[in-house]
Design a protein around this ligand. Sequence first.
Ligand SMILES: [Mg+2]
Length: 327
Amino acid sequence: MPPTRILIAEDDPISRAILELYLESEGYSYVSAKNGREALDLYNAQPFSIVITDWLMPEMDGTALCQAIRKQAEDRYTFIILITSQNAPKDLIEGLEAGADDFIVKPINPAELRVRLKGCHRILDLENSLKKSLTEIRELSIRDPLTGAFNRGYLDQQLEHEIERTYRYKHPLSLILCDLDHFKRINDTYGHQAGDDVLKRCVQNLLMSSRRHIDWVARYGGEEFVILLPETDAARCSIVAERMRERIAFIPEDSHYPMVNISASFGTVTLLPDSQTDKISAGELLQRADVCLYQAKQSGRNRVVPETEMSSEIIADRRLHRWQYFP
Ligand SMILES: [Mg+2]
């Protein structure tokens, strides 16, 4: 664990020196300020997880510092210990209301400070583990457990956002719909374990061909995946889809499943929003990609069909029918 950084706010040089000496001997790193204003400036430059502040100080006192820190919306908690000269209940209430977590009474007793800091670490550790669990839960809720790709729920939600963004900033957005060819044969020949293995490897190949933290891959259905490419025009999207196709079709070379050729078909669409066009829905965009994917399957599989290469008659005709999967 890296040493905890503590911010000290204390106007009295002797009290400040005692605090510094103690914190140093306990292995903490600290930064000191002579009043609340100075402490707040330091805090704003780089937040601290622990603040030990005197109550009475010139310019800005301890309670005002507490309030200023609490006003800031942060993604992590700051534990504040207020140093007071008296511990009258009325003072303690005022300090708590200002946002202090704990108190220490002057003159500072190192043994007392040690237990106060211990309590403070318990809270901060608890907060950390809670945050970690929340992150894990969130990750689980948006991922497909088998492949690690984003799940359908995430796709439905995020696709609308991406379309929104595309119309707002007038940047292109491309979508690739990918479906493994003859997937049923893999399951039938080698069993479902093998099918799962192929799905996992397919996602790995899709991820390897996309940009980290920009593009994303979601499992749309059983063996069908959506890859979303923000800020990507049709030409670039075709190159990416072709690279994905090659990677997936290359799997049999070192495959455990020699009797089945593994390949995938792709349909790609690109949105180029301008002020004239009406905003389309996520469903419509997926349906347009679906028409291209259908065409890729029709014309022999293991290929990419971009919407730009399709005739308007085919598009119009296909859109009338929700396409059926090939066995
Ligand atoms: Mg003071």
